[in-house]
Design a protein around this ligand. Structure first.
Ligand code: PEP
Ligand code: MN
Length: 364
């Protein structure tokens, strides 16, 4: 429920309400506005008597949150959630471009792609170190070695990095390297994992499961938010339907629907939706026109040789052309794809003191 305090209500009145609801085992999210305080209360609605709260000092009104997802709902928080990750604002008027290879395949491959994506206009670098593969015999990712390359790519380009985590036991390790944790489509309802990333307090991008309804997706987001982790991004990446020409069916409507029901930023991933590179830019354009707060695009220098998802990966040149074209679409809907030159490297392109490999520097 939402408790709206009267303008100028006393701090002691607010504290009395917080104490009462916390005693009943509910979580409290006070929102301090210019004129009044609004208290969001999340927990078991049966325990607290709304009328009793309504009669307390300083209370103007008490409204139930009608949706089963509470902290994720617009009723709970009418204004958009906007936050900064490594100098990139997510959820504001800017459309954020996340790009990079599906899998991290090696140090030089990742660094080369990171620079190419930055030149093409990306703000955030993606790359998988732990890969959810259909076959147990397929490449499973470089693991921590891949995470190290990702962190080095961030230092060389200034771009924050996002990578998938699949195991609750690895959340702490992935947090040491990544700026955003990605929950993949296959793990949207992995509640142990959602609890672990929620507790980490790290920004999380939650992909919609390939068969998930919007309600199930927002309930999954609620798991993360319920730990007080408010930096959650939703990502639509295509759903299973009867079509086989594309890998998944891009659910364009998920973008305005999720944005209407929730205050969380919504990113679109046209690469996993299309499954074929030639359709990626059309879906990307549709997503930006429909109000997406950003895109996640798979990019590879030699897609035909990629270790995963080469068929849907754009070459850097095509990626760069697409970003240029997207700028016009963003502007047409009152948004902007900002220049990424504000993201400054903390390590020179060729490693420490110009040496290609920091390890060599130590030996010299
Ligand atoms: C990925 O981003 O490479 C990935 C595996 O995505 P999804 O979980 O959407 O399939
Ligand atoms: Mn992929």
């Amino acid at each position: 429920m939402i408790v709206v305090m009267k303008p100028g209500a006393k701090e002691s009145d607010v504290q009395a309400i917080i104490q009462k609801v916390e005693k009943a085992g509910c979580a409290v999210h006070p929102i301090i506005g210019e004129n009044r305080v609004v208290i969001g209360v999340v927990g078991d609605g049966q325990i607290i008597d709304r009328r009793q709260i309504g009669r307390m000092h300083g209370v103007e009104s008490v409204m139930p949150i009608t949706k089963p997802y509470k902290a994720a709902s617009r009723e709970f928080k009418p204004e958009d959630t906007v936050f900064d990750v490594g100098g990139v604002t997510i959820g504001g008027s800017d459309v954020v471009i996340m790009a990079g290879p599906c899998s991290i395949e090696g140090r030089s491959e990742l660094l080369e792609m990171a620079h190419a994506c930055k030149e093409g206009g990306a703000h955030i670098l993606r790359g998988g170190a732990y890969k959810p593969r259909t076959s147990p015999y397929a490449f499973q990712g470089l693991g921590e070695e891949g995470l190290r390359y990702l962190a080095e790519a961030r230092e060389q380009t200034g771009m924050p990095v996002i990578t998938e985590v699949m195991d609750p036991a690895l959340v702490e390790l992935v947090c040491d390297y990544a700026d955003i944790l990605q929950i993949g489509t296959r793990n949207m309802q992995n509640y142990a994992l959602l609890n672990a990333v929620g507790k980490s307090g790290h920004p999380v991008m939650l992909k919609r499961s390939m068969s998930g309804t919007t309600k199930e997706w927002l309930m999954a987001a609620e798991y993360i938010l319920s730990h007080g982790n408010e930096r959650v991004i939703l990502c639509e990446r295509g759903i299973r339907a009867n079509e086989t020409e594309t890998r998944n069916t891009f659910d364009l409507s998920a973008i305005p629907v999720a944005k209407a029901l929730s205050h969380l930023p919504v990113i679109a991933d046209p690469s996993h939706a299309a499954g074929k590179w030639e359709f990626v830019d059309s879906l990307a354009k549709g997503a930006v026109a429909a109000g997406a707060d950003g895109l996640m695009i798979e990019v590879h220098g030699t897609p035909e040789e990629a270790w995963s998802d080469g068929r849907q990966s754009l070459k850097p040149k095509r990626f760069s052309k697409m970003v240029k074209e997207l700028r016009g679409i963003a502007q047409a809907v009152g948004r902007d794809i900002p220049d990424n030159s504000r993201l400054v490297p903390s390590l020179p392109k060729n490693g420490v003191n110009g040496h290609a490999d920091p390890a060599i520097e130590i030996l010299i």
